[in-house]
Design a binder for this molecule. Structure first.
Ligand code: ADP
Ligand code: MG
Length: 290
């Protein structure tokens, strides 16, 4: 055995032991065999949500919700307040456990068996409505921390970055239009800039699937347009699920050729091209017509 193989084996063993310890023994050798860690995207589907129901004191926030998101797809999700959009993201990311249904990442990974941090580590990132950045750290440092992941939170700030990591952060700064703000404390950014920074912090972790909950709420028209451009540029490299109320933004993202899903009362009311769902009588009644 080469030293490299030996080291890889030892590393795998350590990771396995850590998982075992972290899961209280739940993921023993059996769990490992039953729960492969590499998602299988051979069918072109990144995420399957099947017949998911979530009840809060008898009220169904999600009611037999089913949808599938393609690998590299940019999917817009719209729907009135209370439709269950945020709850759907809570289920996918492991924050809320459904009463019934299945959620798979790729064809093989059962997300309902995993905890929030395990789901994040698999490559599912989430942007909450409010920006959450480290206000006292610079924009660059925020990205630096995100790049290091949550493995060595404080130490990473003092560790020397490799040239490749520095390039990665610089490229991200350009992509999120914050190159000129790199040294400023994040707390001094505008609301829209904070949202971009947080999106950048997710992107440096190379998520396979990114869930964005009302990302342009509170943004200026120009910031909204730049955000649309950013998301469109990410299509193909990441699967994106974008929940938004701003129809100008949705039109810009869908551009007459991407699928839009309308949620209502916890399930899919309509799905198709924006022009199709816009003339769906029930969609007009419950959402667009108001
Ligand atoms: P949306 O994001 O589409 O506006 P939500 O997913 O936030 O909708 O909420 C769906 C429904 O579930 C709403 O009626 C909301 O009040 C209810 N709900 C969400 N979270 C909880 C909770 N933790 N406890 C009780 N009800 C909740
Ligand atoms: Mg919501």
């Amino acid at each position: 055995m080469t030293p490299e193989l030996q080291e890889r084996g030892a590393q795998a063993r350590r990771e396995h032991d850590e998982r075992l310890a972290a899961s209280g023994g739940r993921e023993g050798s059996f769990g490992r065999a039953l729960q492969p860690r590499t998602p299988d995207f051979a069918h072109g589907i990144a995420l399957y949500v099947d017949d998911v129901t979530v009840s809060f004191d008898g009220f169904k926030a999600l009611d037999d919700l089913s949808l599938a998101i393609g690998v590299g797809e940019l999917r817009c999700i719209i729907g009135p307040n209370g439709a269950g959009k945020t709850t759907m993201m809570d289920v996918i990311t492991g924050k809320t456990r459904p009463d019934a249904g299945h959620v798979h990442f790729g064809s093989n990974i059962d997300l309902l068996r995993l905890r929030e941090n395990e789901i994040a580590q698999l490559g599912i990132g989430r942007k909450f409505q409010k920006p959450t950045v480290y206000e006292n750290l610079s924009v660059f440092e925020n990205l630096e921390l995100a790049l290091a992941g949550d493995r060595r939170p404080r130490a990473s700030l003092f560790a020397k970055l490799s040239a490749a990591q520095r390039d990665r952060i610089d490229a991200m700064l350009a992509q999120i239009h914050l190159a000129a703000e790199a040294r400023r404390p994040a707390g001094l950014l505008s609301h829209g800039q904070k949202q971009w920074l947080e999106i950048g912090m997710l992107l440096v972790q190379e998520p396979t699937l990114l869930l964005l909950d009302e990302p342009v709420a509170g943004m200026t028209d120009e910031e909204t347009e730049r955000t649309a451009e950013l998301f469109l540029s990410l299509e193909g490299r990441h699967s994106l699920v974008v929940v938004e109320h701003d129809m100008v933004f949705i039109e810009r993202l869908a551009q007459g050729r991407r699928k839009v899903t309308v949620l209502h009362e916890g399930s899919v009311l309509a799905e198709g091209l924006l022009a199709e769902v816009q003339c769906h009588p029930q969609v007009v009644e419950v959402y667009l017509g108001r």
